[in-house]
Write a protein that binds this ligand. Structure first.
Ligand code: ZN
Length: 253
């Protein structure tokens, strides 16, 4: 295993195109660095990326990256000091730094994660509505095999059916979902019903995902543009965990 520190050394943070447009399925960019692991696998850093790295409660995207010199499958995407590192297998050829590359996302899995992630924000809203107060979450994951949010506090009186009913009202109301960028001084003025305030990184500017009339949550992930795209939210389980409760959910097709 090559260290992520050495792979990203001296490189500027990657331009994450998905922060402005989560619907980009393909893009052209430049291969800044290629670090081979074996003859048939290695690490790619590009100027821009459409792929979300593992982290921020989301799984890694997958896809392909290729130029006239090579073709590779991206199996895992990681981030180190703002540099996005794509790891994968070389199918043919040899990557050359400076190559103009074309990057494509495995869209079906990504789109499902966008629906699951947006559903997570809607579940946050439903839980706040039921408990009648904002709360904090300790952990979350929006992707297969199991999507969930863990909240700090007592679940008293929360049943899966109520969360599901309120969540699906938001889905059916076709609310717009979009990012806004706010300086840190204005963050608390902008957010509403955000459960993750206790575990935000220190930043100068925050990306906040607004669901019109529902909530506004600091988040770096990928979401759908309208709650109707979520399709339907299923609450699988509400279970007690250490310090709180866990809501396990899924989206229906
Ligand atoms: Zn999010």
């Amino acid at each position: 295993m090559v260290s992520l520190t050495s792979i990203s050394a001296g490189l500027k943070p990657t331009n994450k195109l998905y922060l402005n447009d989560s619907y980009l399925k393909t893009t052209e960019t430049t291969l800044l660095r290629y670090v081979p692991e074996t003859r048939k696998s290695g690490y790619f850093v590009t100027t821009d990326t459409i792929m979300h790295p593992k982290g921020g409660a989301q799984p890694s995207d997958t896809g392909t990256i290729e130029s006239v010199n090579f073709k590779a499958i991206v199996k895992k995407v990681l981030e180190h000091s703002g540099v996005v590192i794509h790891y994968g297998d070389i199918l043919e050829g040899v990557p050359r730094e400076g190559d103009r590359v074309s990057m494509t996302i495995e869209w079906d899995s990504r789109y499902r994660v966008m629906r699951l992630h947006t559903a997570g924000h809607i579940v946050d809203y439903a839980v706040v509505q039921i408990l009648g107060k904002d709360l904090l979450s300790s952990r979350a994951f929006h992707g297969p095999p199991e999507s969930f949010v863990e909240y700090i506090g007592r679940a008293g009186g929360i049943d899966p059916a109520s969360i599901e009913r309120i969540s699906n009202e938001v889905v059916k109301a076709s609310k717009r979902v979009y990012p806004v960028w706010v300086p840190k001084e204005e963050l608390l003025k902008t957010v509403r019903g955000a459960p993750n305030l206790g575990r935000l990184p220190e930043l100068e500017t925050y990306r906040v995902i607004v669901i019109d009339g529902v909530n506004a949550i600091p988040c770096g992930g990928t979401h759908v543009a309208n709650t109707a795209e979520v399709g339907g939210i299923l609450i699988r389980e509400v279970e007690a965990v250490e310090n709180g409760f866990k809501v396990v959910y899924d989206v229906s097709d």
